[in-house]
Structures are given as structure tokens and as C-alpha cells.
Design a protein around this ligand. Structure first.
Ligand code: AHR
Length: 618
């Protein structure tokens, strides 16, 4: 393949390869958000999940003859937004009576020598004084750490302790025990590792955040997905659509929310944290706001009552970018970030294609354009890559002159391979393309390879395809709503799929400009001519080296002969990493890397040699 540097094509958007965060698969609580206590505010409710109740993940503990009970109540709450708390009634303390939290997955993961920050709010109903022992224990009651707190107020007071674990365990418990009799009320029982991403107190899990950061995403789309619009129109309902104003400020006063993926969201990871994380990893923030329309349940705000929804969008822009003498800019400063976050994009709606959405979208776009012409507004084209709904979405987006159109597709690898030229003939004059969700159905080599092949087509059309992100990004292996996913984790480990390393390879090796290229095969073949046409189609065979900025090389090996790649590669899934400087060979859906080009010189059997695409990154 010869790359002709004198014939530059489209310039790539520096933010082209991004990330998509949605709190499904317990991506936030039990995932990126480093809180170790599950149901810390006792707000779990059957409305979130029919198996939930306010004491989910908690149990009563009585030791040495203790007699006690726990229940939840709502009188005189810590915050009206967080109305439920636990009541501990101790009749006979024995050697200790109280409650324990079971954490996520197998429990709470603790490591020897690491520090953990415990906080809770507590009050005694009789203004008395009570000792409360905070313990990290194994399931067999081996003690890893303890601290003693004395509660001595009838008002809600926050108490803190630092626990240093003497052991390593992936199934530890947080245990709160008192040796006093009477009643205690507790809420917001929280435990965070001291080591969070960028050492932020109450921050993000280091290993997961690092994997995201190592993608070097140009942008991050958040907070969803269907999670944004699947809810009620009432911002105060616990099953409301995702309203960003509910997600900032003191975590004890953030209303937790029914997440449409059948669980409860603490909202500890909220808009301020999203913006901060984007800044930390150098990603442009790309928030998605509901369009006052719920396509899942046909709910729509009357057109003459869209005001508060549009204000949410305008206020969000002010929250992100406004000077500190604006209402929302001042709020951002009060939360600790006087400098603006540099918001450039905003998406209104997710995957909607119904009339109810298109009736509402222009109100948002017009208001945003009028007040903030610098912000790029993103419209939706629905969940299908083609068809009538899709055409409708694009027609409306063109009519509205949206800046970008959010396309989503989840499809078989064959779809990705045969749609490699999807954007070649796209209208260049209308809105640009934002591929806001895509994945082939699987986390195997072949899926990743199909995605890689497809991405070369996205890149070749970088004049019209401006932003792209794989979806979904995160999944806790014990709470799976959706698969495949880019990054998998449990309560103490996180790893990237093979698809992750494809995304990373493209992101880290992104060039500035697409160069004209031609393929020459030896021996020459009618089927394998070095024309543009012959390199369209599916990925067949090629070698390329990662991290080479500009390439000019020719594949000159004799391709006839034995098959280099064995079938075993096909079933190999996950955790295969292309390293910087490797030579990569791809053949008929199989891929191999080596630090030595000679290892990668491949021969291809007849059945996989019908189409050739050289996938060049650099
Ligand atoms: O990425 C998972 C889901 O797929 C998203 O929530 C939704 O937008 C799409 O249907």
C-alpha cells in the first residue's frame, strides 16, 4: 500500500474518538463511583426494582447475647430529598448490636495497608451518648480495622473516621456496633477508599477511571442513553427523567433516582463530577438532556410548558461556561470550580424518532442558538442505521439545521464489514455525523476486528463524521443489563475487552489528515487490484504498524501458500492487546500482532482472500 502525502484528504476532528458513559450495568454505583457501601442512604425502593426495599444490602448484627432490631423511618429526615434512614433499637447490647453492609458483588474489597474514609450521619432520640464501633471485617468476623465514635446529639451530625485495613479481602463487610441501649438513627453511611482517581475525596474508582483515561477520549458523552429520557416528567418524582439540577451539591441532599435499568442511582456521580472527570482526562464534555419526551412510555410535556426544560439546557450551559457573576457560574464556583468547564456540545434527546420529539427539539435548539450560538446542538436519528424512521430523523435534522446528528447502531460484524463505505456518499452540506453509540454484537476478536475495519471507513470520511464512541462503556460482571461492553469489572478488578484496545489504538494513533492511499498486491490479481474499489469491502489481509505517524510501505509478500492464522484465534476473546510499535496482520477476521514484521507476514487461504482491505493507522 502506498500512501500519497501530497494528496491530503479530510482533516480529522481532534476530538473524533470519544467515550460514552451511561449508568447501566452498575457503571456508577458499584462501578466508577468509588463508594463501597451499597444503599448508603436507605433509599432503595421497589419502584427501582421489585426486589429492592429500604434495607437492601443491610442486615442486623447482634453479638454476645445482644437483642436488637432495625427498621427504616422517614420522620425528621436528614434531608427532604433523602427521606429514609435506619433506626436501630437495642434492648440488650450484649457485646455489640447494630448493622452490617454487604457492599457490591461479593462484598467490600479492602487491601492491606490501605486507608478507607468512613462517614455517617447519626442522632440519638434521647440526646444521650452512645458509643458506635465502626469495623471492617471478613465474613467470618476477622477484624481488619476499627474506630470508635461517640454519638451525642439529638440532631443529625456527621461523624468521620479513617480505617486502615490490616488485611486483604474481596468480600469484607462494614459493621456498625453499639454497646449502648436505646435508639439510634443513621443515614448516609459511606465508605470510600482514600486512593481514588486523582485523589479526590468521595471520587472515582482508580482502576476503572484509569482505563477510561487511557483511551484518551476526545470527548465523553454522558449520562446516557435511555437512562436520560426513560422516566416521568415530574422533576421531583423518584422515577423522573434525568434532571441534572438534582445531581449537584451535597451528596446527602441529592435525591436518589430510579434508574430505568432496574436499580437505584445514588447520584453521587452527578453533573459536577462528570464535568470534573472530563476535565481530568482531557475529554470535551458532551451532555445529553431529555427533550421533555419519553419515547418508551409516550409521555410528552405540552409544548406551551417546555419553559423549565429549556431553562435546564440554558442553565446547564451557564453552569459549565458562565462567569462567576452568573447564577449558575457562581454555583459552579461554590462547588469548587471557578474556571469554566469549556462546554462546546449539547445533545437534546437520545435515540428518539417519534413526532413528539421532533415537535419539541426545535424549541431547545432555537433557544440555545439564540443565547449561546457557540454551542453545537445535536439532534437524534434513532436506534436504527437505516429505514424509514432513520430517514425521518435525518430529514428533520436537516430541516432544523442541527449541528450534528446522533446515530446509533448495534449490529453483527458482517453489517460493519459490509457498511464500510456507509459515509462515502453522505451529504456533506448538512449536519455532521456523531456516531453516539455503536458496537458489533460481541467482545470477541472478530467483533473488534469488524469495528476496526469500520473505523477506517469513519476516519476516511472525517469531513462528515466528526465524533464517534463505542457503547456501552462499563459493566459490572454481576449486574449485567447489556452486553457487549468496552470495559468489564467486579469489585476489585477492571479490564478492557479486545474492543477496548481497538478503540484505544485508534484514539492514541489518530492522525491529523486522511491521505490518499493505493494498494498494490504481489502477485497481481484481477480480484486484488490496487484501486479504491478493490479495497472497499471487508477487512481481508494487511499489515500495519501501530504508532507510525505517516506510512509509505508496500506489501510485497507472496500471499499464496499456507494459512498463517489458525481457527483457534477466532474463539479467542477479551484481553488481547495491540502494543505500541507492534506489527499487525489481519486476515479474514483473524488478527495477530508481533514486534517483528517477519512474524506478521501472512499467507491467506482462498476462502478468506476474496476481499482485501489494508487497515492503516498512524
Ligand atoms: O447503550 C445501551 C442503550 O442502547 C442505550 O441506553 C440506548 O441509547 C441504546 O438503545
Amino acid at each position: 500500500m502506498t500512501v500519497d502525502a501530497s494528496r491530503p484528504g479530510p482533516v480529522l476532528n481532534s476530538e473524533m474518538y470519544g467515550a460514552f458513559f451511561e449508568d447501566l450495568n452498575h457503571a456508577a454505583d458499584g462501578g466508577l463511583y468509588a463508594e463501597l457501601v451499597q444503599n448508603r442512604s436507605f433509599e432503595f425502593d421497589p419502584i427501582d426494582n421489585e426486589d429492592y426495599h429500604s434495607l437492601t444490602a443491610w442486615s442486623l448484627v447482634t453479638r454476645g447475647g445482644g437483642i436488637a432490631s432495625i427498621h427504616t423511618a422517614q420522620e425528621n429526615p436528614l434531608s427532604p430529598n433523602n427521606p429514609t434512614y435506619v433506626v436501630l433499637d437495642v434492648t440488650t447490647p450484649g457485646t455489640g448490636a447494630g448493622l452490617m453492609n454487604h457492599g457490591f458483588n461479593t462484598g467490600i474489597a479492602v487491601q492491606e495497608g490501605e486507608r478507607y474514609h468512613f462517614t455517617f450521619y447519626c442522632r440519638c432520640d434521647d440526646n444521650g451518648s452512645r458509643p458506635v464501633q465502626i469495623r471492617l471485617e471478613s465474613q467470618t468476623e476477622d477484624l481488619f480495622a476499627e474506630a470508635l465514635i461517640t454519638v451525642e446529639s439529638g440532631d443529625w451530625v456527621q461523624y468521620k473516621a479513617v480505617l486502615t485495613s490490616s488485611g486483604t479481602d474481596t468480600a469484607a463487610r462494614l459493621v456498625l456496633l453499639t454497646t449502648g441501649t436505646g435508639r439510634l438513627h443513621m443515614d448516609m453511611v459511606s465508605l470510600f477508599p482514600e486512593k481514588t482517581f486523582n485523589e479526590r475525596p468521595g471520587g472515582l474508582r482508580k482502576d476503572i477511571a484509569r482505563l477510561i483515561a487511557e483511551l484518551k477520549p476526545g470527548f465523553m458523552r454522558f449520562p446516557g442513553g435511555c437512562l436520560v429520557h426513560d422516566g416521568s416528567l415530574d422533576p421531583e418524582a423518584r422515577n423522573s427523567m434525568y434532571r441534572w439540577k438534582n445531581t449537584i451539591g451535597d451528596v446527602a441532599s441529592r435525591p436518589s433516582r430510579r434508574n430505568n435499568w432496574s436499580y437505584n442511582q445514588s447520584m453521587g456521580l452527578g453533573y459536577y463530577e462528570y464535568f470534573q472527570f472530563c476535565e481530568d482526562i482531557g475529554a470535551a464534555p458532551l451532555p445529553v438532556l431529555p427533550a421533555a419526551y419519553n419515547p418508551h412510555h409516550g409521555l410528552e410535556e405540552p409544548l406551551d410548558q417546555l419553559g423549565p426544560w429549556i431553562d435546564d439546557a440554558l442553565d446547564l450551559i451557564e453552569f459549565a461556561n458562565g462567569t462567576t457573576d452568573t447564577v449558575w457560574g457562581a454555583k459552579r464556583a461554590e462547588l469548587g470550580h471557578p474556571e469554566p468547564f469549556g462546554l462546546q456540545y449539547i445533545a437534546i434527546g437520545n435515540e428518539e424518532v417519534r413526532q413528539g420529539y421532533f415537535d419539541r427539539y426545535p424549541y431547545f435548539q432555537n433557544a440555545i442558538r439564540e443565547k449561546h450560538p457557540e454551542i453545537k446542538v445535536i439532534c437524534s436519528s434513532g436506534p436504527q442505521p437505516q429505514g424509514e424512521d432513520y430517514e425521518t430523523g435525518w430529514n428533520y435534522s436537516r430541516q432544523f439545521q442541527a449541528d450534528l446528528v446522533d446515530e446509533h447502531y448495534y449490529a453483527l460484524p458482517s453489517w460493519f464489514l459490509s457498511n464500510w463505505h456507509r459515509y462515502d456518499d453522505f451529504d456533506r452540506s448538512g449536519p455532521k455525523v456523531f456516531v453516539g453509540e455503536y458496537a458489533s454484537w460481541g467482545n470477541k476478536f472478530y467483533n473488534a476486528l469488524a469495528e476496526a475495519a469500520y473505523m477506517t471507513g469513519l476516519e476516511r470520511n472525517a469531513d462528515v463524521v466528526k465524533l464517534t464512541c463505542y457503547a456501552p462503556m462499563l459493566a459490572n460482571i454481576d449486574y449485567v443489563n447489556w452486553r457487549p461492553n468496552l470495559i468489564w469489572f467486579n469489585n476489585h478488578q477492571a479490564f478492557g475487552s479486545v474492543n477496548y484496545y481497538v478503540q484505544q489504538m485508534f484514539s492514541l494513533n489518530k492522525g491529523d489528515v486522511v491521505l490518499h492511499s493505493e494498494l498494490a498486491l504481489n502477485p497481481p490479481s484481477n480480484e486484488h487490484t490496487a484501486t479504491e474499489e478493490s479495497i472497499r469491502g471487508r477487512i481481508g489481509v494487511g499489515t500495519f504498524r501501530t504508532s507510525v505517524k505517516y506510512m509509505d510501505f508496500t506489501i510485497s509478500d507472496n500471499l499464496a501458500g499456507t494459512t498463517y492464522f489458525s481457527d483457534s484465534f477466532q474463539n479467542h476473546s477479551l484481553l488481547w492487546k495491540i502494543r505500541e510499535g507492534d506489527w499487525i496482520a489481519a486476515a479474514g477476521g483473524y488478527v495477530q500482532s508481533s514486534t517483528d514484521l517477519a512474524d506478521c507476514r501472512s499467507t491467506v487461504s482462498a476462502d478468506v482472500s476474496n476481499h482485501y482491505t489494508i487497515s492503516v493507522k498512524g
